[in-house]
Design a binder for this molecule. Structure first.
Ligand SMILES: C[S@@+](CC[C@H](N)C(=O)[O-])C[C@H]1O[C@@H](n2cnc3c(N)ncnc32)[C@H](O)[C@@H]1O
Length: 334
């Protein structure tokens, strides 16, 4: 019996795209439905916090959903083909290894031929600098990288060649939004084009979300998305979060999604979060070192006069063979 996840219909498209990009959507079966839920067949033991079910879903006639099946390249190079890609709006972003660069246009065309919703395919040669911007080259399709990405019914305008954006954090953004209580003041210190703020304002009723980013291109995209979604309680601010946060009101919740270095900004965030308030701290760590990291920040903050309780730690994704990206949910106790 195929294994599937039960996903609220409003989240279905976003989850489907994420499953495709991770290569774990079971395309041999039709997606089913059960009241307000979709039953999406997957090729994995679990996906996020979604409930699992075993349902006899209708078998689909096979079409080549995998671009590799329609791609014409020398057989000995097939093993190097990327197995996943990101889809941001109608832009596919793929990392093509050096040896396959002569075939980049063929790869782009193959990807588009099996994914009709892709307008253009961009090769990503890496994220660079503090602003985490990607170097992109169009390998197939038309137009530039600016696009409108949809996540849980929210439209996010972005250009991944100008501002960092991670479509794989959709489930995490929905999780944080589900924790927000009415009237909260929230600060997102490293907001990019404000996907956390946009999802939070759509799914919850905060009083205000301040979204800070030092990339001057981010604020313009946030302002356009605010208009597009008819949201009036996001304040985008350009600047260094360590300085900007000092001038903001105390917050019930602070989001720190800069997983390389966010912990070095804890000394700026802690004085701003109310006692009883929460910090979501994102961290890239060696798996074997995470427990030690959690102990260290608890001790360091205590020696600065603050008391914190780490109420939860979740692994979000693999970063390297030995490292993962984690989120630590921290409550300020004094
Ligand atoms: C990992 S991205 C987070 C993007 C966003 N949260 C998301 O989910 O797509 C980190 C962002 O932090 C910004 N950044 C880096 N250092 C900063 C600082 N000191 N103050 C404000 N923003 C900063 C970068 O420009 C980048 O957009």
């Amino acid at each position: 019996m195929p294994v599937c996840i039960r996903v609220p219909k409003t989240e279905g498209e976003c989850v489907r795209i994420d499953l495709i990009s991770k290569g774990i959507l079971d395309t041999s079966r039709k997606i089913g439905s059960d009241g307000q839920f979709l039953l999406i067949p997957i090729l994995a033991g679990s996906y996020g916090d979604y409930d699992m079910a075993e349902v006899d879903l209708e078998i689909l006639e096979q079409t080549p959903a995998d671009y590799k099946e329609v791609l014409d390249i020398p057989e000995d190079l097939r093993k190097d083909l990327p197995t996943s890609f990101d889809k941001i709006g109608d832009v596919a972003i793929i990392k093509i290894p050096g040896g396959l660069i002569p075939y980049r246009n063929n790869i782009g065309k193959a990807l588009m031929s099996v994914n009709p919703s892709i307008r253009t395919v961009m090769n990503d040669s890496g994220v660079k600098g503090n602003l985490r911007i990607r170097e992109l080259e169009r390998v197939s399709g038309e137009g530039g990288p600016e696009t409108v990405h949809r996540e849980f019914g929210v439209k996010m305008i972005t250009d991944p060649s100008k501002v960092y954006f991670n479509p794989r954090l959709a489930t995490e953004r929905a999780r944080v939004a589900s924790l927000v209580k009415d009237g909260e003041i929230i600060i997102d210190m490293f907001a990019g084009v404000a996907p956390f703020a946009l999802v939070i304002c759509k799914k919850a009723k905060p009083d205000r979300v301040y979204s800070i980013d030092m990339n001057p291109d981010a604020e313009g995209f946030v302002r356009r998305s605010i208009k597009l979604n008819h949201i009036d309680n996001i304040t985008p601010i350009t600047g260094d979060a360590a300085d900007v946060i000092k001038g903001l009101p105390d917050a019930d919740r602070i989001i720190m999604n800069l997983p390389q270095t966010a912990d070095s900004f804890l000394c700026d965030a802690l004085p701003k979060v109310r006692i009883g308030g929460a910090i979501h701290l994102y961290k890239i760590s060696e798996r074997s070192e995470l427990a030690g990291f959690a102990e260290k920040i608890t001790e360091d903050t205590a020696s600065s006069g603050y008391g914190i309780n780490i109420s939860g730690i979740s692994e979000l994704k693999t970063y390297s063979p030995t490292m993962s990206v984690y989120v630590l949910d921290i409550v300020r106790e004094r």
